[in-house]
Ligand binder design. Structure first.
Ligand code: KG4
Ligand code: ZN
Length: 341
C-alpha cells in the first residue's frame, strides 16, 4: 500500500498579461485553475503595456487566489508549498506574483518554490499525461522558441533557441503589419486555414545540423512583400499570406523537432507555449510523428498551452520534491535562465 501523503501545491503566475492561481495535486491533477486575462486592456495598444499589466496584476491577484481556493474548496492549511513564476517575464508583472507568494509563505509558514516560466509551459504536459524520459520539448511562445532535451524530471538542456524573434512574436508582428488585432497569432492561424500557401517566403534553416531558429528574416520578408504589392497597387489575399507565413514557420519548427527527436532518441515530444494552440502546427506535428510509432507526441489542450498557474504548480511540484526552496529575498528575474534542478 502507498502511504505517501498527497501533495497540494498552489501555483501563482503573473509574468506577462494573465493573472493566474491554481491548485494542483501531486503535480498531475488540477484541483482548481483560475486565469484572469488582460488581453482586452492591451488590445488597443497593439501589445502588452508593462505598467498596465502590473496594475492589473495588483487588482486581480487577491481575487484569483480566493477563486482558486473557492473552486478547490480548500484553505491554506491544505497547501504544502507555494510555487510562483520567478522569471523570465516583465519585471513589474513578476514582482506582483513573487511578492504575493512571499507574503503568503511568510504569513502561513508554507514553503516557497520559484519556478521558471518555460519549465511551467513544459510541465503543462504532465497535467495531461505522464512524461516518459528521455523527452524533447518544443517550446513556442510569445517570448520563447526553444528545443529542450530532458533526460529526467527537472532536467532541462536547451539544445536550440531563437537567435532573434520568438515564433509568437513573429506571428504578432506580422499580424500587426496586416492590420489584425493583438494578439495576432490566433487570427493568422484562422486566416491560414482558408488560404493557400502560394506566396514565396524564406525558411531560415541556419547552418547544417543547427537546432537554432530565426524568424526575423521571415517577418521582414512578409513586410517587404506587403509593401512591394501596395506600391504596385496590387493586393495579396490575407488568407494566402497567412497560409504562406504559417507554412514557413511550421516547416522549420517541425523539421528541426523531428531531427532532434531522432538524434536524441527520445520517447516523447512535448509541445509547449502559447503558439502550441496553433492548429496548423498541431496538425503538422501529428502528421510527422504518426510515422514515428516509437515517439509519442503530447499536446496539451488549448487552455493549458497559454499562460496559466496550473503549469507553474506542476513544475513547482517537481522542484519541491527535489528539495528546492525559495528564500524571502526572491525577486522577479526578467532574464532568468532555464536551469536543471
Ligand atoms: O505562452 P504565451 O501565452 O505567453 C508567453 O509566455 O509568451 O504565448 C502567447 C503567444 C502570442 O504571441 C500569441 O500570438 C501566440 O502565443 N498564439 C498563437 C496562437 N495562439 C496564441 N500563435 C499562433 N497560432 C495560434 N493559434
Ligand atoms: Zn508563457
Amino acid at each position: 500500500m502507498n502511504h505517501k501523503k498527497d501533495l497540494y501545491i498552489l501555483g501563482i503566475e503573473t509574468s506577462c498579461d494573465e493573472t493566474a492561481a491554481a491548485i494542483v495535486k501531486n503535480g498531475t491533477d488540477i484541483v482548481s485553475n483560475v486565469v484572469a486575462s488582460q488581453i482586452e486592456s492591451h488590445k488597443r495598444f497593439g501589445g502588452v503595456v508593462p505598467e498596465i499589466a502590473s496594475r492589473h496584476h495588483v487588482e486581480q491577484i487577491t481575487i484569483v487566489l480566493e477563486e482558486a481556493f473557492a473552486q478547490a474548496d480548500m484553505t491554506f492549511d491544505d497547501i504544502d508549498a507555494i510555487a510562483v513564476t520567478e522569471g523570465p517575464g516583465l519585471v513589474g508583472a513578476l514582482l506582483i506574483g513573487v511578492n504575493a507568494a512571499k507574503a503568503l509563505s511568510f504569513a502561513r509558514g508554507i514553503p516557497l518554490v520559484g519556478v521558471h516560466h518555460i519549465a511551467g509551459h513544459i510541465y503543462a504536459n504532465r497535467l495531461v499525461q505522464d512524461i516518459q524520459f528521455p523527452a524533447l520539448a518544443l517550446v513556442v511562445s510569445g517570448g520563447h522558441t526553444e528545443l529542450v532535451y530532458m533526460k529526467e524530471h527537472g532536467s532541462f538542456e536547451v539544445i536550440g533557441e531563437t537567435l532573434d524573434d520568438a515564433a509568437g512574436e513573429a506571428y504578432d508582428k506580422v499580424a500587426r503589419t496586416m492590420g489584425l488585432p493583438y494578439p495576432g497569432g490566433p487570427h493568422i492561424d484562422k486566416l491560414a486555414q482558408k488560404g493557400e500557401a502560394n506566396v514565396p517566403l524564406p525558411r531560415a534553416w541556419l547552418e547544417e545540423g543547427s537546432y537554432h531558429f530565426s524568424f526575423s528574416g521571415l517577418k521582414s520578408a512578409v513586410i517587404n512583400t506587403l509593401h512591394n504589392a501596395s506600391q504596385k497597387g496590387e493586393t495579396i489575399a490575407p488568407e494566402d499570406l497567412s497560409a504562406s507565413f504559417q507554412e514557413s514557420v511550421i516547416d522549420v519548427l517541425v523539421t528541426k523537432t523531428e531531427r532532434a527527436a531522432n538524434a536524441y532518441g527520445v520517447k516523447q515530444v512535448l509541445l509547449a507555449g502559447g503558439v502550441a494552440a496553433n492548429k496548423g502546427l498541431r496538425a503538422a506535428l501529428e502528421k510527422t510523428f504518426s510515422s514515428h510509432p516509437e515517439i509519442e507526441l503530447l499536446i496539451p489542450p488549448l487552455s493549458l498551452c497559454t499562460d496559466n498557474a496550473a503549469m507553474i504548480a506542476a513544475a513547482g511540484t517537481v522542484a519541491f520534491e527535489k528539495g528546492i526552496r525559495g528564500k524571502y529575498d526572491m525577486n522577479g528575474q526578467p532574464g532568468l535562465d532555464l536551469t536543471s534542478y
